[in-house]
Design a protein around this ligand. Structure first.
Ligand SMILES: NC(=O)c1ccc[n+]([C@@H]2O[C@H](COP(=O)([O-])OP(=O)(O)OC[C@H]3O[C@@H](n4cnc5c(N)ncnc54)[C@H](O)[C@@H]3O)[C@@H](O)[C@H]2O)c1
Length: 380
């Protein structure tokens, strides 16, 4: 019998993230020594038979088909929101009012105004909250943060990030409905800006501090698509591609690009940061490595090194295998759950909180406003 205290999870949505989070809840106590333990109390989805099948596969004790009922249940401590972006706001506010802790998928909200209401709700209710910007917890990205905080890069001049995909190039792809809600502005809020650049922005704010001002361009390459729900051809309201320049508060300049039209790229998230003394670079396709260049090295051995982030003194790695053996994508979610449970035990917030994730929302809104106006926009 476990001596750990239970944290009873009610998860809403059982798609991609539902699986990633369930895996993390199931694994976390095998690898991390924590006071708390997630208990998979209930999963909620509209289709009961599918929800039951999911519950059986992942070990949930019960199912609900109405998210409001799940949130009202007395035997749920924490609500995990794994549904399309347009549902985050109402679910999070209802969960806060019911006194539940909340783990919400990114982006926090459809826009800053909604996000602000969510921040107000969790802070008024005094409930623990976090947003699943999981890339922060890829050990190589956490190591990048450590190197920057140690001052190894010196003054930072440049930040550049990309998030490139190619899955929406076909004009025959419909918008809306299961799997395709990302192309429907009513469900997604925006296109690559809120979906992909939100990740890049969250990482950038964490590593390099606040963004002051942005100038952006967006494009919707395919202007109309059949809507899965209405069956009619409807205008496409999302940005298919977005590129923006920005200035950080620390004086550095940055360039960000995201698209779902970069043929050959499936999920190419990369960033590079150039400082006076050193540079770092990271690539999601090779996520267990961090590239590092240090100008202070002797010139005859100076060059980019590829650090294999597997040693026990590197972030999170003492919990896994032995040096030289790497971990992958799913572990970033295990780390986020571990940090959430650790924060619960120590009564410390788990970053990014809703308030911290709201900063990403503000940058996304400024980017979209700039693309519309063609002008530089200050981050509000
Ligand atoms: N952190 C990450 O890297 C990451 C990756 C992918 C998605 N996401 C975010 O996670 C969220 C979900 O994305 P996904 O890829 O898992 O989507 P998905 O389409 O795979 O799953 C969405 C789930 O929501 C359910 N759902 C929709 N409406 C519902 C309702 N009214 N009540 C209950 N369930 C409902 C669907 O049945 C489905 O199970 C989005 O906000 C997305 O931006 C984050």
């Amino acid at each position: 019998m476990s001596k750990r205290k239970p944290l009873r999870i009610g998860m809403i949505g059982y798609g991609f993230m539902g699986r990633a989070h369930s895996n993390a809840y199931n694994r976390v106590n095998n690898f991390f020594d924590l006071e708390y333990e997630p208990v998979l109390q209930a999963v909620c989805a509209r289709d009961e038979a599918k929800a039951k099948a999911f519950a059986d596969t992942w070990g949930y004790a019960s199912v609900e088909t109405d998210w409001r009922k799940l949130i009202e249940r007395k035997d749920i401590d924490a609500v995990d929101i794994c549904v399309p972006n347009n549902l985050h706001h109402d679910m999070a506010i209802a969960a806060a009012k019911a006194g539940k802790m909340i783990l919400c998928e990114k982006p926090l909200s459809m826009n800053t105004a909604e996000g602000q209401e969510m921040v107000d709700a969790v802070e008024k209710a005094g409930v623990r909250n976090t947003v699943w910007y999981n890339y922060r917890r890829v050990p190589a990205v956490s190591l990048a943060k450590q190197l920057i905080d140690e001052g190894r890069l010196g003054r930072i001049f440049h930040y550049r990030a990309n998030f490139l995909q190619d899955w929406t190039i076909s004009a025959d792809l419909p918008q809306g409905g299961a799997g395709l809600w990302r192309i429907d502005a009513k469900a997604a809020g925006s296109g690559v800006t809120g979906d992909l650049l939100a990740h890049c922005i969250d990482t950038a704010l964490w590593l390099n501090g606040p963004i002051k001002t942005v100038t952006a361009m967006t494009e919707t390459f395919i202007k109309e698509r059949k809507h899965t729900e209405s069956g009619k051809v409807e205008p496409v309201g999302i940005d298919d591609a977005c590129a923006f320049l920005c200035r950080f508060a620390n004086g550095s300049l940055a360039i960000f690009e995201s698209t779902r039209y970069a043929r050959g790229h499936k999920a190419l998230y990369t960033f590079e940061i150039n400082g006076a003394d050193a540079s770092i670079a990271w690539d999601l396709h090779d996520l267990h490595r961090l590239s590092y260049f240090d100008h202070r090295d002797d010139s005859i051995v100076r060059g980019w090194r590829s650090v294999h982030v597997t040693d026990g003194d590197m972030p999170y790695m003492d919990r896994w295998w032995v040096p030289g053996l790497q971990i992958g994508y799913e572990h970033s979610f295990v780390h986020q759950v571990a940090d959430f449970l650790d924060g619960l035990g120590k009564n410390k917030p788990t970053s990014p909180t809703f308030r911290e994730a709201l900063e990403t929302q503000k940058v996304c809104d400024a980017v979209l406003a700039s693309a519309k106006s063609g002008r530089w926009v200050d981050v509000g």
